[in-house]
Design a protein around this ligand. Sequence first.
Ligand code: ADP
Ligand code: MG
Length: 401
Amino acid sequence: MISKRTIRDLTDAEVRGKRALVRVDFNVPLDDSVNVSDDTRIRAALPTIEALASRGARVVLLSHLGRPKGGKPEPKYSLAPVAKRLGELTSRPVRFVAALDSDDAVAATHELKDGEILLLENTRFNAGEEKNDDALAKALARLGDLYVNDAFGAAHRAHSSTAGVAKYLHPAVAGLLMEKELEYLGSALADPQRPFIAILGGAKISGKIDVIESLLPKVDGLLIGGAMANTFYKAMGLETGKSLVEPDRVDLAKSLLDRAGFRLTLPHDAMVAPSLEQAASAHAVKRDAVPPNEAMFDIGPDTMQSYARAIATAKTVVWNGPMGVFETPPFDAGTRAVARAMADATNKGATTIVGGGDSAAAVAEARLEARMSHVSTGGGASLEFLEGKPLPGVEALETRR
Ligand code: ADP
Ligand code: MG
């Protein structure tokens, strides 16, 4: 059970007829700024919206979308297309008002009837949002009678709509998606079923150092893939050819290797090619045989097998970051192998968690989403959570009594 109060803890008197101001993560991709091309995040917020509306709340939704320049309105980042899609996904009336912190917006919230939904305009159309401006936080607090944060994907940001507003609007509780995210990620870190295996990949070791440091004392095994393996290879004195290496992190990689001992596993073979454009000439080599004029773009077949075996023995698996350049076949093989092994582990009763935007995309592409215990909707937020950092959007909420 998470330590924060959630919408399930609210009494009927706290919900019925009340304006529930819900911060959601509707930061979805748009085609030509008119149609939502991937509605995953909208669907992910539906349980919370429905739970509130069915209890008679008047649901007022806030979200950011994209990165409008200078915190000013930019038509291509309007949430209007999102309101249209949301209306198709729910049978409840959905209204959209192109206002955020004005009297018009407040008036629109008062026009709602029980069970109706109102989406307001992009929170980043106000320059105060990303500064966690206090005046904006107060203005947003006028839009509701209670505050719900369901935007796990934005919880690592201290913004007016994710953190500041909770100072002025109570109850301030977690939505169901937020609860699910915190439950899965939180119990994996605090009280994992063992063996607990973590798999880390992706482009850069520099972005993942804090995760490695935070996970090492907790896991039974840490499997490394992706380009960050190269920096470790370099630290071991191996030839890395034209692979992506971070020279200024080699010393750090050395110290991690010294401290980690047998708990940290590096790929023992690799898929290499002269360049990504020459993917057709990809071939597998042992890790001490990377040709000087080629680069490592994926883990090799032996590593895929041994990582799959390790995953098969685990009771908890947390994965962040692709094993290779999965955007360019055949260098998607390592990432797919890990995804498949995790799906099989789920079947055998393990808890399997995927965090990270690109890893989640790879799992979706392999159509294995439903076979994971949990695929986090927040790339950056899940990474910061795994680093052990407090998330401002979560900290701002009430603690369960
Ligand atoms: P996530 O979003 O899941 O946290 P990252 O953003 O850290 O993952 O890393 C994803 C990127 O890492 C992908 O674009 C992928 O192409 C790149 N990558 C993975 N392995 C390699 C490699 N061996 N060489 C170069 N880039 C790599
Ligand atoms: Mg990424």
